[in-house]
Design a protein around this ligand. Structure first.
Ligand code: IDP
Ligand code: MG
Length: 140
């Protein structure tokens, strides 16, 4: 077991429905510590940079407007095996396939509006954290 950090976004569909606290409760219940958090309005450019890996995918055209539709909460989560742990707490990308008790099963509206994001590897976690936080904003 290693103490890791991962990057999380509570997406616009979640902030719109005032679910920040409810989702944070699931995060903390899973043993993850929120060591940085801020509410921001993503610009189109920031969303395109964040999801650049999906640029060629058919859903990219709806992904960017979905992420800029309203405020998001960006977070750094810390804990043992935080990256895989948070992916488990999120549940499957498609909420229809997500397990009971996961964020996406409990809260997501659809594949596009699936309430939260979590990094998928140590490399992406580092890059995603660096896009949104400077070192002195993260207090573990
Ligand atoms: P992940 O968020 O579980 O890592 P990714 O495959 O990285 O899933 O896709 C990024 C985001 O793009 C998803 O969370 C979802 O909101 C959206 N997305 C993925 N596939 C589709 C699709 O087929 N239609 C619409 N949106 C999609
Ligand atoms: Mg992903």
């Amino acid at each position: 077991m290693a103490i890791e950090r991962t990057f999380s976004i509570l997406k616009p569909d979640a902030t719109e429905r005032n679910l920040t606290g409810a989702i944070n409760a699931l995060i903390e219940k899973a043993g993850l510590r929120i060591v940085a958090q801020k509410r921001v309005q993503m610009t189109r450019e920031q969303a395109e940079t964040f999801y650049a890996i999906h640029k060629a995918r058919p859903f990219f055209g709806e992904l960017v407007p979905t992420m800029t539709a309203g405020p998001v909460v960006v977070q750094v989560l810390e804990g043992e095996d935080a990256i895989i742990n948070y992916r488990d707490v999120l549940g499957a990308t498609d909420p229809a396939k997500a397990a009971r008790g996961t964020i996406r099963k409990e809260f997501a509206l659809s594949l596009g509006e699936n309430s939260a994001h979590g990094s998928d590897s140590p490399e992406t976690a580092l890059a995603e954290i660096a896009q949104w936080f400077s070192g002195n904003e993260i207090v573990g």
